[in-house]
Design a protein around this ligand. Structure first.
Ligand code: DX5
Ligand code: ZN
Length: 222
């Protein structure tokens, strides 16, 4: 089985010392850096804006995976692209013209992603599958780290895997929320390509070993 990419989220890092959080991700062998942007509307909390992304861009050459949990993402995608995001994922539930926004991100030379919350069915993304680089199937209701994975969401991942096969599309399938050493096995079995991990990553005694465990690396995991 192909090993998934791992995208630790700085949401669980110390925001007063973000560089240390980035170092932890890089030193542990994380593949991407996941950046959770929350606006206090689409989800209750507020996290950070484009300056944080630009400052992180100035510090690392890691792939910056920006997850926009914001209303009206069409108003802000440009500033996050200018800030240095590599991959820009917005929520299907937050826009009417998702297809147009996907094209705009691609025309700017960035990789477009679309996210769906647990209550959105997998078939809702059907018309976007050949246009996106990433589909984020949220495995918790977005807004907070440290929640438990909702098992039904991994069934949606399996549905998306089948839709991808049927359409011949080539996007990556990402899961985000409640990923830990136990749920990662179920996520891998469901067929995910990229796993986000926040609280379990930053509370791990050995982050490198934790990442190996998420990947299912038999030579390294505990
Ligand atoms: C939640 C965020 C996640 C969060 C995951 O809405 O989108 O990226 O960091 O945190 P854990 O891994 O703690 O569930
Ligand atoms: Zn996220």
């Amino acid at each position: 089985m192909k090993q998934p990419l791992i995208a630790p989220s700085i949401l669980a890092a110390d925001f007063g010392n973000v560089r240390s959080g980035i170092d932890t991700i890089r030193n542990a062998g994380g593949d991407w850096v996941h950046l959770d942007v929350m606006d206090g509307h689409f989800v209750p909390p507020i996290t950070f804006g484009p300056k944080m992304v630009a400052d992180i861009r100035g510090y690392t050459d890691a792939l910056l995976d920006v997850h926009l949990m914001v209303d009206n993402p069409e108003r802000v995608v440009d500033v996050f692209i200018e800030a240095g995001a590599d991959l820009v994922t917005f929520h299907l539930e937050a826009v009417v013209h998702a297809h147009r926004l996907v094209q705009r991100i691609r025309d700017a030379g960035k990789r477009p992603g679309v996210a769906i919350v647990p209550s959105t069915p997998s078939w809702a993304v059907r018309e976007l599958l050949s246009d996106i680089d990433l589909l984020l199937v949220m495995t918790v209701n977005p807004g907070y780290g440290g929640q438990s994975l909702i098992p039904r969401c991994l069934e949606k991942v399996k549905e998306v895997v089948a839709m991808r096969r049927d359409t011949g599309a080539g996007f990556l399938i990402q899961v985000d929320g409640g990923i830990n050493a136990t749920t990662a096995l179920d996520a891998r079995n469901a067929g995910v390509d990229v796993m986000v991990s926040g609280s379990a990553f930053f509370s791990a005694d050995d982050p490198a070993l934790y990442i190996a465990t998420l990947r299912g690396d038999a030579n390294r995991s505990a």
